[in-house]
Design a protein around this ligand. Sequence first.
Ligand code: HEC
Length: 148
Amino acid sequence: MKLRLVAAAALLLLPTCAAPYKPGLGELMTFQQLRHDKLWLAGSAGNWALAAYEADELQEGFDDVVGYWPTHPDLPLPPAELVPRLVAAPLREVRAAVEARDTHAFETAFDKLTAGCNSCHQATNHGFNLVRRPQPGWFGNQDFAPPR
Ligand code: HEC
């Protein structure tokens, strides 16, 4: 009887003992894609509050990339080195442009950020994931054409 109680208690506790959820890098990136897309749409529409929100979310997403995957077994270079090197500065520039409500500066900074995304994809052998200024249609900020 006592043993059965112990077994039942152990079963009840099982879910709390499970390994904590760790998002995959591809999952984190899919969120980054959505935020990158929305950032552009918000900035282009002059909705600076929403653009500021999406820029913050992008920053948090990159913090998660570095936090969960400072290094990654499938990548030749560590995200902890690449994120600060390739996207930190352009993202700061985006935030400054959004704060200044400066459409021209926003567009320039957004393109630099996008170039940073693509540089990292190149550096990690994922150059086939090519992002761009959003265009109409589903996943409009991704170029699906084969590499040229
Ligand atoms: C640390 C370097 C790095 C940076 C910076 C980076 N990416 Fe990625 N990205 C990757 C890697 C590596 C993958 C493949 C991840 C995997 O599937 O394991 C990826 C995958 C993707 C994918 C494909 C996701 C899918 O599953 O279909 C998209 C879209 C993407 N990134 C968009 C972006 C955007 C937009 C930015 C910039 C705002 C960005 N990435 C910045 C390294 C990076």
